[in-house]
Design a protein around this ligand. Structure first.
Ligand SMILES: Nc1ncnc2c1ncn2[C@@H]1O[C@H](COP(=O)(O)OP(=O)(O)OP(=O)(O)O)[C@@H](O)[C@H]1O
Ligand SMILES: [Mg+2]
Length: 350
């Protein structure tokens, strides 16, 4: 029988069925229920996330057992330098972490994360994007990233966008992008922490975190556990979306994470041959949100079919418009005001 290449997305059941006795490796890593009915159908990554284990070490040891039939010496717990529970995780080589959030789904958080990352990379910064949307990841597609994450020295290497932005997302661990991730809260929060801890981010000026909608487990984990220095709030002018976005503002305030600014997305449509933009979702709610959050309006982005095409074809880094340039300039100004670094020499502007 050919050897099973055990990956984070392999289900525990496949591994246990193929290699009798391998439960001992799971047990040694603190995953005692490897053969119980529920856990068995989860992926190794999900099981590791639930139990806050280092998935890299576990997968390595499972593969070692598959090759040799010997339970490797226990080395999981001592190798874990940074705690996965308790206080904030340590940022290591990452200078600044900014999360992008909104109360409501589909308002363009991922798009704004992608655009801000693009703006920072153009300004010469070393940038990474952590896709914290575990059940609805959309960052890799925007950047045309299809490679799977490669494990090196017990950690994952992030994927690289065409413009050199480092990306980590659950999609990079899944055999098929269309597979559904149906995980409970603790697995999601565990996975997000591992995407921060167990990825070779290297030296970054900025790590942007794309949050899923709402104010539940994932945003809470990111604001509580990652050393986030600021959040950007995304909203559309709809009244309903605005009411929900207030919750996101309150969450950031309660967690004492500064709000760097507000981005109003889908604010208008430019009509060919007319100077008057069409505000199809109603008038701007920006001033109200500025008053509520105490943070500036960084920009208003139109609904732009050209942008949809670029996003859908993985070419977000090619987007250039006056409205985006204004957003980029304001964001960089606010970031500098918050004490974030100047670009490194030789950065590409524009
Ligand atoms: N200004 C815009 N112009 C054109 N298309 C846009 C614009 N903003 C967002 N879109 C498109 O709308 C869709 C939703 O955007 P996006 O995925 O960024 O929202 P989201 O807030 O991250 O959603 P979710 O809550 O599901 O994570 C995407 O297909 C995106 O390309
Ligand atoms: Mg999104």
């Amino acid at each position: 029988m050919p050897m099973l290449n055990i990956a984070p997305t392999t289900t525990i059941r496949e591994v246990v069925d193929r290699y009798p006795g391998i439960q001992a490796v799971f047990r040694a890593h603190g995953l005692p229920c490897a053969s119980c009915h529920v856990a068995a159908y989860e992926s190794i990554m999900a099981g590791a996330a639930l139990h806050r284990l280092q998935v890299g070490l576990l997968v390595d040891d499972l593969n070692a057992y598959a090759r040799s039939g010997v339970v490797p010496e226990m080395r999981a717990a001592p190798a874990q330098k940074r705690p996965l529970s308790g206080g904030k995780l340590e940022a290591r080589g990452i200078k600044h972490i900014v999360a992008v959030m909104s109360g409501k789904g589909g308002v363009g958080k991922s798009l704004v994360t992608g655009l801000l990352a693009t703006a920072l990379a153009r300004a010469g910064y070393a940038v990474g994007v952590l896709d914290a949307d575990i059940t609805g990841p959309s960052v890799p597609r925007m950047f045309d990233v299809t490679d799977k994450a490669v494990m090196r020295d017990k950690r994952f290497d992030p994927a690289l966008s065409p413009g050199g932005i480092k990306i980590m997302s659950i999609s990079l661990l899944m055999a098929n992008e269309r597979d559904a991730v149906i995980w409970r809260g603790p697995m999601i929060t565990g996975a997000i922490q591992q995407f921060f801890n167990d990825v070779h981010w290297g030296d970054l000026d900025y790590l942007l975190v794309d949050l899923p909608p709402g104010t539940s487990d994932a945003p809470l984990t990111v604001l509580q556990r990652l050393p986030v220095e600021g959040v950007v709030i995304v909203n559309t002018p709809q009244q309903l979306a605005t009411a929900v976005v207030s919750k996101a503002i309150k969450l950031a305030q309660r967690m004492q994470v500064p709000i760097l600014g507000i981005v109003e997305n889908m604010a208008y449509v430019s009509v060919p041959g007319s100077d008057v933009p069409l505000e199809i979702f109603g008038p701007s709610q920006g001033p109200q949100l500025v008053a509520e959050s105490g943070a500036p309006l960084l920009g208003r982005l139109p609904i732009d079919p050209a942008l949809t095409v670029l996003v859908d074809s993985g070419r977000i880094e090619e987007y250039r418009t006056a409205a985006f340039a204004e957003l980029a300039e304001n964001f960089l100004r606010e970031a500098r005001r918050a004490g974030l670094p100047e670009p490194v020499a030789g950065g590409v502007a524009g």
